[in-house]
Ligand binder design. Structure first.
Ligand SMILES: [Zn+2]
Length: 293
């Protein structure tokens, strides 16, 4: 939706600019900017109280893209899966399922694990979930932890030794020394020595700290966030298309019966049955294999 809105914005402004007064062009720009911002789009996507807005925006974008030839040539409107190289059709909206930018198999792969065993890292890094996560972390006074993890990600990518030696103490001061991110005294002392080491600072200097924080945050996320209405609403919104949902449920039931017969092979069998069920529901007999949950 974000990409469609951005393209729509660019093309519309270009089309109307020669025919409109400057102040009206500015108004149109402001309107686009209001709608096309991450926080609002995330809410529209996942908050059920925005369902009506979501439908209106999606419908209008569809109409615009289908009727303006200049746009349909820019954007792939043949409604295939968003994963590059995959040309299977996107799953369409059906019943309560709002549809997906992915095909059934990729949608299943991407979200099934997040439904059965949600990951903090996924929420922190997934473009359209990040702002919901950041809002929540702010209310839990954990925003600095997320910022620290983000800074470390950037730091890890710094290839020049001199730059690392310059930046590491800054990150240390801002997050660790300031106690914005709380660590044990011993760890703080060790990290301080590491970021000031004369022999240079490795790009992995903060990694053990981040790993530790991720474990703590994952537990906190499961304990708190996964019990919020926001999470429940999101789960609803990405649930599997009804047809696949049904197939998976049936396969799981069969696998659990098989489980009673043979405990050892049940997991393998469950996986295989679910894969087969998804492939079947998708209507292409040779659906791509789905990796284990
Ligand atoms: Zn796909």
């Amino acid at each position: 939706m974000k990409r469609s809105l951005s393209i729509c914005q660019a093309v519309s402004i270009e089309i109307v600019s020669p025919h409109m007064q400057e102040k009206n062009v500015a108004k149109l720009k402001a309107l686009f900017e209001y709608v096309n911002n991450d926080a609002l789009l995330a809410k529209i996507r996942t908050d059920p109280s925005y369902n009506e807005e979501k439908q209106v925006i999606a419908h209008n974008l569809d109409v615009i893209f289908q009727n303006v030839p200049a746009l349909s040539s820019i954007v792939d409107v043949k409604s295939t899966c968003n994963i590059s190289g995959c040309d299977r059709p996107r799953v369409k909206a059906e019943g309560k399922f709002p549809g997906s930018e992915l095909c059934a198999s990729h949608h299943f792969k991407k979200y099934m694990n997040q439904i059965t065993s949600p990951q903090f890292e996924f929420w922190l890094k997934e473009e359209d979930l990040r702002s919901i996560m950041m809002d929540w972390l702010a209310t839990e006074a954990k925003l600095e932890t997320a910022h620290f993890i983000g800074e470390v990600d950037k730091f890890r990518a710094v290839s020049r030794k001199e730059l690392r030696a310059q930046r590491a103490p800054g990150i240390f001061q801002r997050f660790i020394e300031s106690k914005a991110v709380k660590l044990e005294d011993k760890e703080i002392t060790e990290l301080k020595a590491a970021v000031e080491a004369k022999e240079g600072v490795p790009s992995t200097v903060f990694d053990p700290t981040v790993r530790e924080l991720m474990v703590v945050m994952q537990a906190f996320f499961l304990e708190k966030f996964c019990k919020t209405p926001a999470f429940a609403a999101w789960k609803e919104s990405v649930m599997l298309p009804p047809e696949i949902h049904k197939a998976v449920k049936e396969a799981t039931l069969r696998a659990s019966k098989a489980h009673q017969a043979s405990i050892k092979s049940s997991q393998e069998q469950a996986k295989q049955e679910i894969q087969e069920a998804v492939a079947k529901a998708q209507g292409d007999g040779e659906g791509e294999a789905i990796p284990p949950a």
